[in-house]
Write a protein that binds this ligand. Structure first.
Ligand SMILES: *[C@@H]1O[C@H](CO)[C@@H](O)[C@H](O)[C@H]1NC(C)=O
Ligand SMILES: *[C@@H]1O[C@H](CO)[C@@H](O)[C@H](O)[C@H]1NC(C)=O
Ligand SMILES: *[C@@H]1O[C@H](CO)[C@@H](O)[C@H](O)[C@H]1NC(C)=O
Ligand SMILES: *[C@@H]1O[C@H](CO)[C@@H](O)[C@H](O)[C@H]1NC(C)=O
Ligand SMILES: *[C@@H]1O[C@H](CO)[C@@H](O)[C@H](O)[C@H]1NC(C)=O
Ligand SMILES: *[C@@H]1O[C@H](CO)[C@@H](O)[C@H](O)[C@H]1NC(C)=O
Ligand SMILES: *[C@@H]1O[C@H](CO)[C@@H](O)[C@H](O)[C@H]1NC(C)=O
Length: 333
């Protein structure tokens, strides 16, 4: 029997996903198949003979993750299915196929990638921070600011490798002093793609307590939109073409969400409603955040002693008023 060799095939697999390492052979009787990883010493990946899988020598690294297309082996298809791909799977694989007529060796080179899937951006204490993770190969992070600042802005980037060999990246940029209307964008990328996150600073807003405030956002009806308060409290979310989901504790405050994503909110005291409101839009390869600082001015007409007592007791002032009137009534009788 003669040995046939062909050129190496390159296969790119997504980390955590499934992948097929292709291999074809001249079909005949008495088929023997071996998939071996050439990693210094040979690692047994998957074997097949006597018309069935033979996994006695399979390396534990591949346990439960490999499969052949059994119904197609008789047609000369020895391709290997590999599930839950990790970075250790990268390297050169030998597909050895032997029949009563010939032997054949084919090599497949597997590379893995973990694309940037999401970038989070926040503004805290005049610093914009941008974060992403679970990326391979190593990513880069770049900033762009509009309008263009007069000076170079102080910025740092940190990259960490996690225990699976994937990279987490975090970048911080000091904003322009007292900035209220710039747009900061950060882009995280490697050779397999890029994602961008944009932070739009809205000029601060001021409103009276116990009033309605319209917090602007710039969405289309088709965007995935989230409103949050003080960075980690979700107010509501709306997925493309679906109903708005408002968190229970915000239901008494949310009056309306317009088609453009602007939020009509009923604000109460500064203690409850003052803070940072963020509208986040999520697109295929980009997140867009509008950041609004809302200041609440206490209404001098509303701010009587009764309202203060109500807040301290955690009781609605109206109830206190009713109690007060009732007791006056009782005293008068
Ligand atoms: C082998 O069969 C599988 C399953 O049908 C298919 O995905 C794959 O492309 C085939 N490979 C070759 C080399 O024909
Ligand atoms: C932001 O500044 C405040 C007041 O200076 C400080 O208490 C807080 O810890 C800072 N937050 C962060 C995340 O640095
Ligand atoms: C970030 O820092 C680098 C190095 O100091 C500088 O070249 C770059 O211009 C800075 N980025 C911005 C947006 O200012
Ligand atoms: C920056 O903000 C502070 C507090 O809001 C204000 O007192 C100061 O005048 C501002 N500085 C500039 C240059 O706008
Ligand atoms: C709330 O503030 C916005 C902008 O500052 C203003 O246009 C609106 O009239 C205010 N509404 C109330 C009820 O004060
Ligand atoms: C609103 O969105 C449009 C298109 O997405 C963009 O061109 C425009 O600059 C945005 N405006 C603001 C104020 O963000
Ligand atoms: C939200 O963030 C604040 C500080 O940034 C923290 O004290 C608080 O525990 C966080 N809450 C939740 C629900 O994560």
């Amino acid at each position: 029997p003669g040995a046939v060799q062909s050129e190496d095939t390159q296969v790119g697999c997504v980390f955590g996903g499934s992948c097929v390492l292709p291999c074809r052979f001249q079909p005949n009787s008495d088929t023997i198949l071996h998939w071996v990883k050439k990693d210094g010493e040979d690692v047994h990946v998957h074997s097949y003979y006597d018309d069935q899988d033979q996994l006695g020598y399979q390396d534990p690294l591949y346990k439960g993750r490999t499969s052949l297309f059994h119904d197609q082996i008789s047609g000369g298809n020895a391709s290997l299915g590999l599930a839950r791909v990790n970075l250790q799977d990268q390297g050169k694989y030998l597909c050895y196929a032997s029949t009563s007529q010939n032997n054949q060796e084919t090599f497949v080179i597997l590379t893995a990638r973990a694309p940037v899937t999401r970038v989070d951006i926040v503004l805290v204490n005049n610093t914009v921070t941008c974060k992403s993770g679970g990326i391979y190969p190593i990513p880069q992070l770049t900033w762009s600011v509009s309008p263009r600042p007069a000076t170079v802005l102080q910025n740092t980037t940190e990259v960490h490798e996690d225990d699976q060999g994937l990279y987490d990246i975090s970048g911080s940029l000091r904003t322009v002093y007292n900035d209220t209307e710039s747009t900061y964008s950060c882009s995280v990328q490697n050779e397999h793609g890029a994602r961008k996150a944009t932070m739009r600073l809205h000029p601060p807003m001021e409103n009276l307590s116990r009033s309605e405030v319209l917090l602007p956002c710039n969405a289309s009806g088709l965007d995935y939109i989230t409103w949050t308060f003080n960075h980690n409290q979700t107010i509501l979310r709306r997925q493309a073409g679906q109903e708005v989901v408002v968190e229970t504790e915000w239901q008494q405050h949310v009056r309306d969400l317009s088609e453009s994503g602007s939020l009509l909110l009923y604000v109460t005291s500064s203690a409850q409603s003052e803070g940072t409101y963020r509208c986040t839009l999520r697109y295929a390869d980009e997140e867009d955040v509008t950041h609004i600082e809302l200041k609440i001015l206490e209404d001098p007409n509303e701010e009587g002693s009764s309202s203060t007592v109500g807040i301290i007791l955690g009781v609605d002032p109206v109830i206190i008023l009713i109690i007060a009137i009732n007791s006056l009534y009782i005293i008068n009788r």
